[in-house]
Ligand binder design. Sequence first.
Ligand code: NAD
Ligand code: 6OD
Length: 494
Amino acid sequence: MTSDMSRPVTDTILNFIGGVYRRGSDGKTFANVNPATGQHIGLVHEASKADVDAAVAAAKTALNGPWGRMTTAERIKLITAVAAEIERRSEDFLEAEVADTGKPRHVASHIDIPRGAANFRMFADVIATMPTESFATDTPDGGRALNYVARKPKGVIAVICPWNFPLLLMTWKVGPALACGNTVVVKPSEETPRTAALLGEVMNAVGMPEGVYNVVHGFGAGSAGEFLTSNKDVDAITFTGETGTGQAIMQKAAIGVRDVSFELGGKNPAIVFADADLDKVVEGLSRSVFLNTGQVCLGTERVYVERPLFDEFIRRMTMAAQAFKPGAAGDPAYLGPLISAEHQEKVLGYYAKAVAEGATVVTGGGVPEIDGAQGGGFYVEPTLWTGLAHDSTVMREEIFGPCCGVIPFDAEDEAVALANDTEYGLCATVWTENLSRAHRVAAEMRVGVCWVNCWFLRDLRTAFGGSGQSGIGREGGVHSLEFYTEIQNICVKL
Ligand code: NAD
Ligand code: 6OD
């Protein structure tokens, strides 16, 4: 294996193993593409099986080395320093994230990068204040025993990430994993390797012991993703991505009966009641449908609107959709590209399917005309459909694009039944000014998260995750500690 200390986020994107940047040992590379232009902007060095095994070995060694011997206070200090260093280098992270995803700078600077830092700081705080359980137990001989809980790191955690919020979703796992004393091997998406690589520089800058944080680049099956999940020294796997990929990873996790935490796909509904404040609804849904060009697992792709509000809702949402300008880089109303040509083709396939299934295309439905360098980018128009049957393909399958189908309803129980009629269960939004109805309907939603009169309003202490095929387990606040620690009960006879 050759080592190379050159910057990982220029045109050469390297693996980070045992504190050192490395090319892949078998010399394979793949192109890094800017989705806003379609241009090749870098070369990613793919990790071989030997490289992935070396990363896991480095992570295992670190567990038994200085990292494993540190006090919680020492670890918290380092993790807090990571947060501060991300903030100090926020412009570098911003540049890296925008280059990989093509997303508007204002999205990355308001969401992705600040959350990258917050994910470390928040879990350092959680671990610092976490109580443990204890019981005074009566014993059969009339004496007493003390039962208490010791929380230990689980070991080497594999962190497998998607491309839509690369730094945010990666650090959402790495922050708590490190706070709990584990070490990690991260496999970022092949589409978005830069911020994971850049985080290696941050780790070295703050003096994180080598091997605590490792990054291997590559693809899924037959590549770094599968090499990582197949390595028996990986103690647990945390994954964010498609439900089908989760199923493949679960099969690997079964070998050695390893624990998994999964955040998967969704087909999230919104229910809009006639008593809702339409200004709030349009503001909220134009974010939940179009933010990040619809590439948000929490995004809304099904909207059920109470009939008296339906026409006005469509009129207002159409104006909101048309206000987005695909490709106008720098503008606050800029709608970025989809992540790849392949994803653009998939989304356009659904656009065609919607028409074939009888949809009325209220607005959008195609590829925008864009001049200049961005003409080569992977853009689609923000799109609204009416007239679709509830059981049409487009209303059932996750599209992951800037689009939604809108269906009218007449009664509350009808809306609840329609919203819950899905194999997914990630999130829902409910829009009403009626307080009793808000609580009643929210409680009936079969989802991990239900937002009322808002969307993607995050408090990192809350349980986050999906029901049904949207995931396994919950992360966030103390819930993350359930996954990233092994609980031991110690019983002391007094
Ligand atoms: P994906 O499942 O295609 O890929 C995710 C990661 O898994 C990538 O790093 C990929 O290389 C890796 N991978 C693929 N096959 C693998 C295999 N067999 N073994 C090991 N690793 C493998 O997902 P994506 O296209 O990157 O992301 C979009 C999907 O992610 C959407 O379905 C979206 O809903 C979901 N998502 C869910 C959440 C959530 O919180 N629930 C958040 C973001 C994205
Ligand atoms: O905010 C989070 O913690 C989180 N996991 C967001 C997921 C976004 C999906 O695209």
